[in-house]
Design a binder for this molecule. Sequence first.
Ligand SMILES: [Zn+2]
Length: 496
Amino acid sequence: MVNCIVLNEELPGLPEGVIEGARMLAEEKKMDGWIFTLDYPSYIPFMTYANNRQGREKLAKAFGSRGMKNDKYDNQDIVLKIVSLRHKRAQLLGYQSHAHYVLEERMAEKPEKVMSFLNNLLTKAKPAAIKDFNRVQELAKEDGIEDMQKWDGAYYSEKLKKAVFDLEDEQLKPYFQLENVIQGVFDIAEKLYDLHFEEITEIDKYHTDVKTYKVTDGKGEFVALFYADFFPRKGKRNGAWMTSYKGQWKKDGVNSRPHISIVCNFTKPTSTKPSLLTFNEVTTLFHEFGHALHGMLANTTYPNLSGTNVYWDFVELPSQVLENWCYEKEALNLFAKHYQNGEIIPMDLVQKIKDSANFLEGMTTLRQLSFGLLDMAYHSKDPDAIKSVKVFEKDAFGETQLYPDVEENCMSTAFSHIFQGGYSSGYYSYKWAEVLDADAFEAFKEKGIFNKEVAAKFKNNILSQGGTQKPMELYKKFRGKEPSVDALLKRAGLLE
Ligand SMILES: [Zn+2]
């Protein structure tokens, strides 16, 4: 069987719900024992909680060798072909490289600017990342592990987090029942933007798991249709994303409203438990919903400039800014209620969520920067010189790697963001958008997170404007000034 491991022994360390999920998967396949796959809801908990180091190694190596097994699914040649064709196209169009071609229509404008942005952050984050790594390594040493490997990282980070904060995902999950979180995000949209969500059943959908909503504004006018598809199923892609089935446009005096969807892969309810989200899944839902707001509140003439049709390094602002509400007591009060007794999440847990949000932020930042730098390495030079994907990747990662390299593993062959999705020469935009979202959220914090005036400015200058003006111009109209990196560095605890 491809991409899964079957365990017929005890599963020490794993939370009950995870074991139950693995058992259900085995039952579906009419097999004994427990099955773990490379789908995130299965893979991530295993890597985070399984005491069994060999099991973690086995699963991590399977995950890391996706598209790199020298079989008919191997992606190494495809990667080289993609970068080569991209380079050729750029040259035909008169650009120095694919990155030069792509970045011409980005907020960052030039590869040089992206590189200095990434390297500047690398300089600031690296000392913190090394400190983080050493802290995790210290803990691993207590178990006799002298050479911490990639498959130890999540496990000992979680242990360290528990030791420092006494806060585990499993402790928070009871407060984040999926239905409550959805209602919470709807309530927040209502408070900020006067949007009302009503579940409807009379329209067609592609699967019974999908939920459908009619969205109206304060005057009862139709704003959008909203689809939500939350659970993994066979054949469904990993991860979470927003998409639009129909855009928004104005024609002949009619404002034709959009059909927007978010797709996630959250843990399914079991026979004994509803779907309880990890805090990370909560922020994911807010993130995708932020994109959805960008789509739903679109109000422009041309469909190709509407909603999320903006420069790539601007598109993550509405999604990332909304994640900030997950850390605010005032917002959590609306939806973070215990699924059994309805108790609102206690203040000390909220404080811990806030404190732990920056936990090991140095390492996390370094990881994001490594992906951004790898992306730029592939796309800002003539790729002709690349002979081996693995060797090239290792070299491009250079300064950003803290763990020993795993020879049979490769990131590039499964780096779908840049080779399948639209993020080529654009991975840096996650960090770029963090600069924007941290700075933008400060505007809300200054006047209150549900302040209608600030929300209206955000809606009128950003959410509704799509790509009708240069992002920096839109941003300045909202904020009154250009964004500064200080808000991010401060929030991430990276300022000395
Ligand atoms: Zn996003």
